[in-house]
Design a protein around this ligand. Structure first.
Ligand code: ADP
Ligand code: MG
Ligand code: MG
Ligand code: MG
Ligand code: MG
Length: 442
């Protein structure tokens, strides 16, 4: 640890870094931070050792007003410079864990929730890997002040149709300064929509990376005069933005989802993991698709899943097993979207999957037909049920699911449930143009 700290002090010194941000996430997975001015590089040592006290009661879903004093302590592995801030007298950051004032891990901290779930995997000798594919739109305002996609390009288009080439270039260069291992970037299916994929890693590192990714993309795109949005379905009639979650378990460096001796080269453990994900899918929805808007993405016809099923080559199912084998063997969950809190999302995915393994939950046969072509009767016949179609359904499913509730813990569950109920109630009473168009003449 001391060696690492010495390295950090050296970096701060050599790069003329004047600010140190201490960052954590609220219940929505939005970054919150306090900036400490560094008088000298060595100041960082005290900050790492002591942490910083703060009032948690004004952070969404974190703490209550009558029990609000919390301590943010840097995780020394998360140090990085912030490339979208000025280079001279620059800014750096740590991601922090949150503790109570008597030094115990705080049970309302989403990062702490994930750490606790990961211990369950570690106890079984597993490393839980996550490779997310966050999509986003780059948008601008038209003459009337309405947001529209910044270009008209389609999947894999090139410039000049793709107006995002130079923006993605800046994003990728910025992410590399943040030590991201970017695998590929491209224009996505919808106008103005983009994807930048980075290499999978253990779920804690990846959850930190998702928070950083969204923050970096928003800031870098803003600096170029556009706006980036991770809203799941910003426009009617075109694809929404997902964040597919690719998952695997490694044991002693080997991928336990891979088994060269079965017909599909998928292991029995992987099938049980899928069984768990399918069983808990309704409750998982509340965490993976946590906004009112998420459910406008999960509709037929846009490569987003609506039904609880798994398949291999099938992109209409909730879960897909991509063709890659060996170390790349993985289960892709396609319902998750980038409005989720990655700490909570990865925690519930893991615990649902482990429940499947512990209880040998049979996932049934894979579905290889296009689910969107099935009639209601055919779905019933095949025993395929729908994902929740609204936030209301999803948070009620969460309430009923002990495994998923237990994964986020009582404190986070209560905060989350109350916030989501309020979000639903606020939406429920709105009256939209659409309704006047439909019902004025009844
Ligand atoms: P798609 O075909 O769905 O677009 P991509 O190739 O864009 O898939 O994304 C694949 C993602 O899966 C990347 O983030 C990659 O790092 C990740 N991935 C690859 N192997 C594993 C693995 N063993 N465990 C978890 N994620 C993995
Ligand atoms: Mg204050
Ligand atoms: Mg992809
Ligand atoms: Mg995509
Ligand atoms: Mg994918």
């Amino acid at each position: 640890k001391d060696n690492k700290l010495d390295q950090i002090i050296k970096t701060i010194d050599e790069n003329d870094i004047k600010f140190l941000k201490l960052q954590f996430s609220d219940i929505h997975g939005l970054p919150k931070s306090m900036a400490v001015p560094l008088k000298k590089a060595a100041d960082v040592e005290d900050i790492v050792n002591d942490g910083l006290l703060f009032d948690g009661s004004s952070v969404a879903g974190l703490a209550s007003i009558n029990d609000s004093d919390l301590l943010a302590k840097p995780d020394i592995n998360t140090f990085s410079m912030i490339p979208w801030r000025p280079e001279a007298k620059g800014t750096s950051r740590f991601i922090c864990d949150i503790f109570t004032t008597d030094g115990k891990p705080y049970d309302g901290d989403p990062r702490g929730v994930l750490k606790k779930s990961l211990q369950l995997a570690e106890k079984r000798g597993y490393q839980f890997n996550m490779g997310p594919e966050p999509e986003f739109f780059i948008i601008k305002k038209d003459e009337d002040g309405h947001y529209i996609p910044a270009d008209e390009a389609e999947y894999f288009d090139v410039e000049p149709l793709d107006q995002g080439t130079d923006i993605r270039r800046e994003i990728v260069l910025g992410l590399e300064k943040l030590d991201f291992d970017v695998e590929v970037s491209h224009h996505e299916v919808a106008a103005g929509q983009h994807e930048v994929d980075f290499k999978y890693a253990d779920a804690l590192k990846t959850a930190d990376a998702v928070i950083t990714f969204k923050e970096a993309v928003k800031a870098l795109v803003n600096n170029l005069g556009f706006k980036a949005t991770f809203m799941p379905k910003p426009f009617l009639g075109i694809n929404g933005s997902g964040m597919h979650c690719n998952q695997s378990l490694f044991k002693n460096g080997e991928n336990i989802f891979y088994d060269p001796d079965t017909e599909t080269q998928i292991s029995q453990e992987a099938l049980y993991f899928i069984g768990g994900l399918l069983k808990h899918a309704p409750a998982l929805s509340s965490i993976l698709s946590p906004t009112v808007n998420s459910y406008k993405r999960l509709v037929p016809g846009y490569e987003a899943p609506c039904y609880i099923a798994y398949g291999f080559k099938n992109r209409s199912t909730l879960l897909r097993i991509p063709a890659s084998r060996g170390l790349g063997t993985r289960i892709e969950c396609r319902s998750a979207d980038p409005s989720c809190n990655p700490y909570l999302a990865f925690a519930v995915l893991l615990e649902a999957g482990l429940d499947g393994m512990d209880n040998k939950i049979d996932p049934g046969e894979p579905t290889e037909e296009n689910l969107f072509a099935f009639s209601e009767d055919e779905l019933v016949e095949k025993g395929i049920s729908s994902l929740p179609t609204s936030l209301w359904e999803a948070y009620h499913a969460l309430e009923e699911d002990e495994v998923v509730k237990n994964a986020i813990g009582e404190k986070v569950f209560n905060q989350f449930y109350n916030i989501k109920r309020a979000e639903w109630d606020a939406y429920r009473i709105q009256v939209f143009d659409y309704e006047r168009d439909e019902y004025l003449d009844v």
